[in-house]
Design a protein. Structure first.
Length: 312
């Protein structure tokens, strides 16, 4: 049953807590000026520390979340990750956590002076900043980087309906995440291009790596990995990518953007049609070629946004 995929998965919750360095504005901050009533407007917030000094923590949090998104699937309140890759994933999280803690200690060591610098930068409003400042120990308690890794074994015994549904939807979630990433890749890398460098392959390799670690989720995952690899094998190892080679990649990205078409084409691979035939079927509409007669009817992929590269 679908619940059996949990044998190969671990659940990971990541907790990265940041200090906002904001305090809600108080009426006193406005020096007795008349303000709109609360049902019309609410008071905003004031920064009590330089936001530039906190950017590094936002960056590290994003780095950790993006890393998990490249290797796992959103599951419950965190991620489901392949057990056989858990060691490498935790190793990377440890690196990010160590950098986070190093930056935290550096920030706190200079905390009092940085607050004074912020006040001196806004001398006109010094009083409303100083009245809201907090001690460094309070800030220390608000900043943290931790995770919990566990096996969802009890589900197999008790079959909690909500959790079973989450497990059954893992494949749908995975293909949805792939589609969103492919859509972003299309807009950022391929849309309107008549030539790209080999860097354009990097986001596709990232998607392939994610899928290859999760082939046990669903029978359709492994064929998708093979289709991507077939596309890679057709791209020259050196030089910029243009013409028919670029069309192959554009057709592949269009396929990855469409979960329904992706599953339909993967099903054909399961039925015995090679990844090469599937790739031909995907790129044929773009190049105005006649599809191979032996290839069965498959769900069409939308190529509406493909640029004209002089091959059609």
């Amino acid at each position: 049953s679908d619940i059996k995929v949990l044998d190969n998965l671990l659940a990971l919750n990541l907790n990265v807590n940041l200090w906002s360095a904001r305090k809600k504005m108080a009426l006193e901050d406005f020096g007795g000026a008349e303000l709109p009533p609360e049902d019309l407007a609410s008071l905003g917030s004031k920064r009590i520390a330089d936001p530039n000094s906190l950017k590094v923590f936002v960056t590290l949090k994003a780095r950790a979340f993006n890393y998990l998104a490249r290797h796992g699937i959103r599951f419950m309140s965190g991620w489901a990750i392949p057990e056989d890759r858990a060691g490498d994933i935790i190793k990377e999280l440890i690196c990010i956590r160590d950098e986070f803690l190093k930056e935290k200690n550096a920030f706190l060591a200079d905390y009092d002076q940085s607050i004074e610098n912020w006040i001196n930068k806004h001398t006109k409003w010094a009083s409303i900043i100083r009245e809201s400042t907090v001690g460094s120990e309070y800030v220390r308690s608000r900043m943290g980087f931790s995770w919990q890794l566990y096996r969802v074994a009890p589900l197999m015994e008790h079959a909690i309906p909500e959790a079973v549904e989450e497990v059954e939807n893992l494949a749908k979630t995975l293909f949805g995440e792939i589609a969103r990433s492919a859509d972003e890749t299309w807009n950022r890398v391929y849309a309107g291009k008549t030539e790209v460098t080999h860097k354009a392959l990097s986001p596709l390799r990232t998607l392939q790596q994610k899928l290859s670690g999760l082939t046990f989720i669903n029978p359709h995952v492994s064929p998708v990995v093979d289709i991507i690899q077939m596309a890679f094998s057709r791209i020259p190892k050196k030089g910029n990518i243009a013409g028919a080679d670029l069309v192959i990649l554009q057709g592949l990205v269009c396929l990855l953007r469409d979960p329904n078409a992706l599953i339909a084409h993967a099903e054909r691979v399961i039925e015995g049609y090679g990844p090469a035939s599937i790739l031909d079927a995907v790129t044929a509409p773009v190049m105005q070629a006649t599809p191979r007669p032996e290839l069965p009817e498959v769900l069409p992929v939308s190529h509406a946004n493909l640029p004209n590269v002089g091959l059609w």
